[in-house]
Design a protein around this ligand. Structure first.
Ligand SMILES: [Zn+2]
Length: 510
């Protein structure tokens, strides 16, 4: 008897990465255990484990699934074992189609089974399975968007109720999860260290640098078990209101950026008290309000003395249009900030005239305003349809598509059995193919019509945030910079002789 092999496919989803940050442990190791046990219980022989290390959404970005699809076509497997269908594809129509084709025609046209802990799908032979699979692969992107929105709302509500929703525990506390929420418990070893840090800062007037040195010399391990304390770690502790029993929600400070083609959101640190909302937390305070205020005040005054602060809001963004090198922010200590200029001093060969920095900033602000109004015009010109209507239409088209594809199969059968003549077959096949192409075309249009509006709305929001930060004189340059980097790829600067400078703004692609 020939042994039938199964492929085991492992890939992290975005939700898994969230869960890992909440302390859920390593996802793929857990999935591997679940799936190998499942295979053993069902008596399935696992031929190979495809372990996707990259977390790309598309097939093109996932080398392991490419290999697995190839191996399926080469007849190596009877089926694929996965934790859920959407691990195979959660991206675009093209990918979903490639997966469906593989499941239909892989294993020498016998089809590939999909085995999950809840159900086994045989799409090549079972129409219900086929329909379900198409629906799953097809809907996942929209579903994912809705889930993300629900999660976001849930998080804000949880903070308002005093839960601690940070991804990592702050030094000095442990995260306590319970049925009623998620809060912090003082860590018996670290909590006294936090209190010492505050005491030293206030009573002995120690700078964060001196505190870091003292902690290192005392042999107190850091958050990550490192023997060496850094200045920034101490600064972070001295400015974190969590230690006064508060929870914060810095929603306004969130910035989304594309890193290697992935949407990453980050929260740049802010030392301005008004940049986040504070709520009374469920957890006990380690220091009282007066101590915290005194410490953070002290911190503010020595922050301005340090020369390490980023002063150029366009750092890493503004480049020379001719050579691509960064334009330098040149400020003069004896003169007001308004005298600062952007200069090109990195090259002797490439000559570009400098410009007043505040003029450049005004021009950037103006361009952001133009983009915002442009997005608003685009939204106004979108067809007015409700999401429910679109989903309903999509559903109908999906069913029609399946019907037409089945018709095509029957047509082939009839022709092979000699029930219809060649010419009639060719004509009917052409009509049928046209119909299928037209349905797919309509579906593509429909699918595009939903996210577009949301995408523009998200863009408008992030451009508003960036513009607001740029115009806010109280905001640090590093925060402005983080906002701008969230939406801009680069700005090319050019200026010939005494003419006006020209900025070419390149947006981040999404
Ligand atoms: Zn240049």
């Amino acid at each position: 008897m020939k042994i039938e092999n199964y492929a085991l496919y492992l890939r992290k989803s975005r939700a898994d990465m969230e869960a890992e940050k909440l302390g859920e442990g390593e996802t793929l190791a857990r999935h591997k255990k679940i799936l190998t046990e499942l295979a053993a219980r069902k008596g399935l022989h696992v031929g190979k484990i495809y372990h996707e290390i990259v977390s790309g959404e598309t097939i093109a970005a996932r080398p392991q699934i490419q290999q697995m699809i190839q191996d399926c076509y080469n007849g190596l497997y009877r089926g694929i074992i996965i934790v859920e269908v959407t691990r195979l594809s959660r991206g675009n129509q093209g990918d979903a189609q490639a997966i469906l084709d593989c499941l239909r025609y892989g294993n020498n046209n016998n089809g590939i089974l999909v085995v999950t802990p809840t159900k086994t799908y045989d799409i090549a032979h079972n129409q219900d399975d086929e329909e379900y699979m198409e629906f799953e692969l097809f809907m996942s992107r929209r579903e994912y968007k809705m889930i993300r929105k629900r999660m976001e709302r849930g998080r804000i509500q949880a903070v308002v109720e005093g839960n601690y929703m940070g991804s990592y525990r702050p030094y000095g506390y442990d995260i306590l999860k319970s049925k009623t929420g998620r809060t912090l418990l003082p860590n018996p070893e670290e909590a006294p260290v936090v209190q010492n840090i505050f005491t030293w800062a206030i009573e002995e007037n120690l700078t964060p640098g001196k505190i870091a040195k003292r902690l290192s010399s005392y042999g107190v391990p850091t958050y990550s078990g490192d023997p060496e304390w850094s200045v920034s770690t101490v600064k972070t502790i001295l400015t974190n209101p969590t230690y006064t029993g508060k929870v914060r929600w810095n929603d306004r400070m969130r910035i989304k950026t594309m890193v290697d083609g992935k949407l990453v959101s980050s929260r740049p640190r802010s030392h301005h008290g008004d940049q986040y909302m504070l709520y009374d937390g469920k957890h006990p305070a380690l220091v009282d309000d007066a101590t915290f205020l005194a410490a953070s005040k002290r911190f503010h005054s020595d922050k301005t003395k340090s020369g390490l602060k980023l002063i150029n809001p366009l750092a890493g963004i503004l480049v020379c249009a001719k050579c691509g090198k960064a334009m330098c922010y040149q400020s003069y200590p004896a003169r007001p900030e308004t005298a600062a200029r952007y200069t090109h001093k990195s090259s002797q060969i490439c000559k570009v005239k400098s410009a007043v920095a505040s003029d450049v900033m005004d021009a950037v602000a103006y361009s952001l305003e133009k983009y915002i109004s442009d997005f608003e015009v685009k939204i106004d010109n979108l067809p007015e349809v409700s999401e429910d209507t679109i989903l309903k239409q999509m559903d109908d088209l999906q069913k029609e598509l399946i019907r037409q594809e089945k018709k095509l199969t029957r047509l082939f059968d009839a022709w092979e059995d000699g029930l219809i003549a060649d010419n009639e077959f060719a004509d009917r096949k052409a009509i049928n193919n046209d119909r299928i192409a037209s349905i797919k075309n309509q579906m593509d249009h429909l699918e595009e019509s939903i996210p577009v509006k949301e995408d523009y709305e998200e863009k408008i929001m992030s451009f508003h945030d960036a513009l607001g930060s740029l115009l806010d004189a109280d905001l640090d340059a590093d925060i402005k910079n983080a906002y701008l980097k969230g939406i801009l790829d680069r700005i090319e600067f050019s200026r010939e002789c005494n003419s006006e400078f020209i900025l070419d703004v390149f947006l981040k692609e999404d």
